[in-house]
Design a protein around this ligand. Structure first.
Ligand SMILES: [Zn+2]
Ligand SMILES: [Zn+2]
Ligand SMILES: [Zn+2]
Length: 362
């Protein structure tokens, strides 16, 4: 049993007691009365709101309940109200949206129109279950709001013109939330195989990234590194975690930067020696240490000579006092008479921040 829903009428102005001294008998606002229902004057706001009240009347009828009997919403028959809420297309009793038709009918028509290829008059098989899912969504109102946005309309109309819809086709379209949503529907309804979107994103990213390598020989090494050093492991994961995705991007980015740095210093990976590595690390930020993974891979693949030392970059390696030592140190500072109050406070703050600047294990 559904309880009647009754959206509140929301007048945008406070009413006019001079012009409409009688006012509305339902909301008691001083608004123009547009109709008389059950011998009571009804204002425009209450009239519009009444069309949206749905539920089950005391008589058992389910539908629009514009009347009020014993303080409960009541159907048209019971309250003897004449109101057109019958959809011309499906006959459903609902608030009419446009052309005398309900929201669901208008939504269905819009979807069919957008997802049908105008040249062939057919919908590609992949889009059939998507259309069905959109048409039967719980709140047609939300569907209409979504589909009426110009970018959604344009995206769907464009998609409908492709003879086959595949992940590859979607990958070539500009990324957008609409695309992600539609891809999700295609996968959910079995029109496209399920895949790890993060892995797919990484593969696309890597393809563009490797084009930044200046020397073809190095570009080939980076491509192999991506394939064997990165993707092989990622592909066997059930789903690639975001941390792995980000780290793998960083690893390849630093590898590419390193290759190009070598080129500008007149060397190839085959000629790499320790002094190159030392110079590369000395000249830049400590994140250059992320090259270690690339270098150990190239050494194993006999692309670079073995034994090149890389100072690895470690995340969050600032010194930290164990809790007991910190308490002891604070104790010493607090009870040290030679400290001025200002110095004492500064010392405590430093000790505390040494402790709290690092995340501690539970
Ligand atoms: Zn009213
Ligand atoms: Zn009734
Ligand atoms: Zn309808």
């Amino acid at each position: 049993m559904t309880t009647p829903t009754s959206p509140m009428a929301r007048p945008c102005h406070p009413g006019d007691p001079v012009r409409w001294p009688e006012g509305c008998d339902r909301c008691y606002g001083r608004y123009e009365v547009v109709t008389v229902w059950q011998s009571r004057g009804i204002c425009g706001y209450c009239y519009q709101a009444a069309k949206r009240i749905t539920g089950i009347c005391a008589c058992g009828h389910e539908g629009v309940l514009p009347g009020i009997i014993d303080n409960r919403p009541a159907c048209r028959t019971c309250s003897n109200i004449k109101l057109n809420v019958d959809c011309k297309s499906c006959g459903a009793e609902a608030e009419l949206y446009s052309g005398g038709r309900c929201q669901r009918c208008v939504l269905a028509d819009t979807i069919d129109r957008l997802l049908t290829n105008p040249d062939t008059g057919h919908m590609v098989p992949e889009l059939v279950p998507v259309a069905e899912a959109l048409k039967t969504m719980k709140r047609p109102n939300s569907g209409l709001t979504w589909i009426r946005q110009p970018h959604v309309d344009a995206f769907l109309a464009d998609l409908a013109q492709h003879p086959v819809i595949s992940h590859r086709l979607l990958d070539e379209l500009p990324p957008s939330r609409t695309l992600d949503f539609v891809r999700g529907l295609l996968v959910e309804h079995g029109a496209l195989p399920r895949r790890d979107e993060r892995l797919a994103r990484y593969e696309r990213w890597a393809l563009t990234a490797q084009a930044r390598v200046v020397v073809p020989e190095h570009r080939d090494v980076i491509a192999r590194f991506i394939r064997w050093g990165m993707l092989r492991r990622m592909r066997i994961m059930e789903s690639v975690p975001n941390g792995t995705f980000l780290r793998s991007k960083q690893t390849v980015t630093v590898g590419i930067d390193f290759c190009n740095w070598l080129t500008t210093h007149g060397a190839t990976l085959a000629e790499l020696n320790q002094s190159h590595m030392d110079a590369w690390q000395a000249e830049g930020p400590t994140t250059r240490g992320f090259v270690s993974r690339f270098i150990s891979w190239t050494a194993k693949a006999k692309i670079t000579t073995e034994g090149i030392t890389v100072i690895p970059h470690r995340r969050g390696t600032s010194p930290r006092l164990p809790a007991a030592e910190q308490r002891e140190a604070i104790d010493r500072v607090v009870h040290h008479d030679d400290f001025s109050p200002r110095d004492r406070l500064a010392a405590i703050l430093i000790l505390v921040s040494v402790r709290t600047s690092r995340p501690s294990l539970p």
